[in-house]
Design a protein around this ligand. Structure first.
Ligand code: 13P
Length: 261
């Protein structure tokens, strides 16, 4: 049984002063207040901008101690060096941050992140025993050209090629055409790619790791479609942009995930 993971991605939104109220409202809406009252079947995580890592950790722990993980949205592959503007794995660990997104399509699209860079970042995060959430997914043109599986295979295999043991690795399948568009993949479309992705993991590592790896769906996931998505056998959670900015909406999604398979 895989532990479900509901992850919010705040992208470049929110200010530190807004966080105490956000987590108070989220705790009230989701209905748990501390670790003991928190259903172990579903983890909740928020990936926040670097300046919010510490304030978000404090605000979440103040409203709902031990219930929420705070993650970064990106990390550099080297431990240190002359890389102005970048943040390393040891720096995240130093702050007590144990998880990060890697290779989000916005990083690939606007900041030129390549499959090779995503693979190096993932390796650095896995070697530090942290939780990497690696994002993959095709553009609309690639889907329409019938190359969805080829694109996902290329992105996934780049990451797995240099990773003898994937550790806590999580993949998020985020079709680029579904991100921020209000046009989610259907549950069937998402399941099809998730099953394909799990098959790639199976080929590389065998059944134990493939059956244990969590695969998230992302792209216009919202309270109305999350139930159907979570009912799919290979969907273990969601990576949620817009709806994770609203405490009531994200709370509804977390509760739907708790009730799913
Ligand atoms: P939306 O949920 O806003 O479509 O964003 C998805 C996403 O990019 C999460 O990483």
């Amino acid at each position: 049984m895989r532990i479900k993971l509901m992850a919010g991605n705040w992208k470049m939104h929110k200010l530190a002063r807004e966080l105490p109220e956000f987590f108070r409202a989220f705790a009230a809406a989701v209905g748990f207040v501390d670790e003991d009252a928190f259903p172990a079947s579903t983890q909740v995580l928020f990936a926040v901008p670097y300046p919010l890592l510490d304030p978000a950790t404090k605000a979440a722990n103040s409203s709902m101690p031990g219930c929420i993980r705070i993650a970064a949205q990106n990390v550099h592959q080297d431990a240190q060096g002359a890389f102005t503007g970048e943040v390393s794995v040891p720096m995240l660990k130093d702050l007590g941050v144990g998880a990060t997104l890697i290779g989000h399509s916005e990083r690939r699209q606007y900041f030129g992140e390549t499959d090779a860079a995503v693979a190096k970042k993932t390796k650095a995060v896995v070697e530090a025993d942290m939780l990497p959430i690696v994002c993959v997914g095709e553009t609309l043109a690639e889907r329409e050209a019938g190359t969805t599986e080829a694109v996902v295979r290329r992105q996934v295999e780049a990451v797995l090629a240099d990773l003898p043991n994937p550790g806590h690795l999580v993949f998020a399948y985020e079709p680029v055409w579904a991100i921020g568009t209000g046009r989610s993949a259907t549950a069937a479309q998402a399941q099809e790619v998730h099953a394909f992705l799990r098959g790639l993991v199976r080929k590389r590592y065998g059944d134990g790791i493939a059956d244990g790896m969590r695969l998230l769906y992302g792209g216009s996931a919202n309270p109305a479609n999350i139930g159907e998505l979570m009912a799919q056998p290979d969907i273990d959670g969601a990576l949620v942009g817009g709806a994770s900015l609203k405490p009531d909406d994200f709370a509804k999604m977390v509760k739907a995930a708790q009730q799913a398979h």
